[in-house]
Design a protein around this ligand. Structure first.
Ligand code: KIV
Ligand code: ZN
Length: 536
């Protein structure tokens, strides 16, 4: 049995692999993933993630759902215009306006795709859509035909497919194929199916719809019962050759199938599965960190592939085994997913040119004001840390990106704390209208005091629902990284902050989370007519 053959990327001709067994990776981090509670990425952040997904080598980027808001439309359009390599896909319901919006958003891509969907389960048709099976068929016919007028690359999904009557779903899929759909994706929308059932459903569909053999058939699984990756694999073993998944498994409710788990499963067990992907696996860890930072969703320490402990050995027997022969306890090499590669090291004497060169090597294009700001923060960090590594630079640049969020910004803070008196904090905050506001508070601990002082300055009183603290690298002088989730008027916001000073990192994270929740609450007010919230 071979373990971790170390092959990454490449095409069939180079590697001797069978093209028919290549699995396309359809990344939906920016669409289904962005539907996670509390996540709200701006255009700049989405572009940054899309560029990284292109480096990772995904086949398709589902960049968003353009009809849902002008912001979503603009982000999809910007990705379609700027990001080269993958197919850029926009999601649409079956209505004519949806399809048109999706097309207008993706049409400038070199490889545009429209993905249209409608539910085919009786519960969705009767209760949600309040229509009939016949009407759904008509909508599919019209939607796929319209999409095909715009592009040759059209994907159709029968939503809630795993709970649909398979005979009826086959008839709907046949209509989509007759109208020219080129990819058929059958989702387990509610994360209910089991591997055997999902595979049997595809086997039945292949039997009922012969045309499925000539198009790409796709899996899309949610993780409500923790089965998303297992179900996706079952679908691939049944003949599907596209898998829809998200970085760190983010997505609606319990999330989508995790991209890194699927890819490393196929990669590590290639000799037994015979399936392979074109991914550059060494970019996995970096993509995971970027998504975690920009979404504010931390990765659990024991998360497969990308968790902090995924390659750590605690028990003495394991450590001893790995020291003697890595494969005694490791089925993958950490470097295959891009962990433990910390080759770039700068110090406090490194200049602007060295920083710019290092950032360029890492794929960041920074110039002008952005480079000035990055250099200033680099110097602050280099003064306190002996060595600044690639991981530190990555955290720093991503942290700066977060400043783009329109909302509140932390100007300064001051905390007095001792073992004799409760800590007292003073903060100065820039408000969304550009004015400065000051606040102070005596709290239970220094971080509590700073958070309450920020509340006093902004007039907002969110509930803190999550607070996590970690280190970017190892060692006493490591950069600290804080993630915060707050809730305000029923709207959640997530934020992260990075600094050598943990109070500074926490304050940055809190201000960002607050900005996101206020922006969401304001958007919600417009859409839902909610009463004014307490934030200014
Ligand atoms: O889960 C789902 O059904 C979806 C569809 C839009 C494909 O996300
Ligand atoms: Zn989904």
């Amino acid at each position: 049995m071979s373990i971790d053959d170390g092959q990454t990327g490449g095409n069939a001709a180079e590697t001797g692999r069978n093209d028919a067994n290549r699995v396309k990776i359809f990344d939906t981090t920016l669409r289904d993933g962005e539907q996670s509670p509390g996540i709200s990425l701006n255009k700049q952040e989405k572009l940054e993630i899309a560029h990284q997904l292109s480096r990772l080598g995904v086949d398709v980027i589902e960049a968003g759902f353009p009809i849902t808001s002008p912001g979503d439309f603009e982000s999809v359009q910007a990705i379609a215009r700027e990001v080269e390599g993958p197919v850029i896909c926009g999601l649409a319901r079956t209505s004519s306006q949806d399809i048109e919006a999706a097309w207008n958003a993706v049409k400038d891509s070199e490889r545009p795709r429209i993905h249209t969907f409608i539910a085919t389960s009786d519960i969705h048709i009767e209760r949600k859509l309040q229509t009939t099976r016949e009407d759904v068929k008509g909508q599919v016919r019209a939607a796929v035909a319209q999409a095909r007028e715009y592009t040759d690359d059209v994907e159709f999904s029968p939503e809630d497919g795993s709970r649909s009557d398979v005979q009826y779903m086959a008839e709907v899929i046949q209509i989509a194929l007759d109208e020219g759909a080129t990819t058929i994706n059958v989702p387990d929308t509610v994360g209910y199916t089991m591997p055997r059932e999902y595979a049997a459903m595809f086997e039945e569909l292949y039997r009922l719809v012969l045309g499925l053999r000539d198009v790409v058939v796709s899996v899309h699984c949610h993780d409500d019962l923790g089965m998303a990756v297992a179900n996706s694999l079952a679908g691939l073993e049944a003949g599907c050759r596209q898998v829809e998944c998200a970085i760190n498994g983010i997505g609606e409710r319990a999330g989508n199938a995790s991209l890194e788990e699927i890819v490393m499963l196929l990669h590590t067990r290639e000799s037994s599965l015979g399936l392979w992907t074109g991914l550059e696996t060494t970019e996995i860890a970096r993509t995971s960190r970027l998504v975690s930072r920009l979404t504010g969703y931390p990765v659990q320490p024991n998360k497969a592939i990308v968790g902090r402990n995924a390659f750590a050995h605690e028990a003495g027997i394991h450590q001893d085994g790995v020291l003697k022969e890595r494969t005694t306890y490791e089925i993958m090499d950490a470097t295959t997913v891009g962990l433990r590669s910390n080759s770039i090291v700068l110090g406090k004497h490194s200049g602007r040119h060295a920083l710019s060169k290092a950032l360029e090597e890492m794929g960041f294009q920074l110039d002008g004001q952005a480079l000035n700001t990055a250099f200033k923060r680099f110097k602050e960090i280099a003064d306190r840390k002996k060595q600044v590594t690639a991981m530190d630079l990555e955290a720093l640049v991503t942290d700066e990106l977060r400043e783009e969020i329109t909302g509140y910004a932390l100007e300064s803070f001051d905390v007095e704390a001792s073992s004799h008196r409760p800590p007292h904090a003073r903060v100065s905050i820039t408000l969304p209208n550009g004015e400065s506001a000051a606040g102070s508070f005596t709290g239970d601990g220094p971080i509590d005091a700073v958070f309450q002082a920020i509340n006093a300055a902004t007039g907002a009183a969110p509930t803190l629902s999550e607070f996590t603290i970690g280190a970017v690298t190892e060692g006493q002088d490591a950069l600290g990284e804080v993630s915060v989730v707050v809730e305000l008027g029923g709207f959640t916001g997530a934020g992260q902050g990075v600094s050598t000073d943990i109070i500074d990192a926490a304050a940055r994270a809190y201000v960002r989370a607050l900005s996101v929740s206020v922006a969401r609450a304001r958007a919600g007010e417009q859409a839902l007519g909610l009463p004014e919230i307490s934030a200014p």
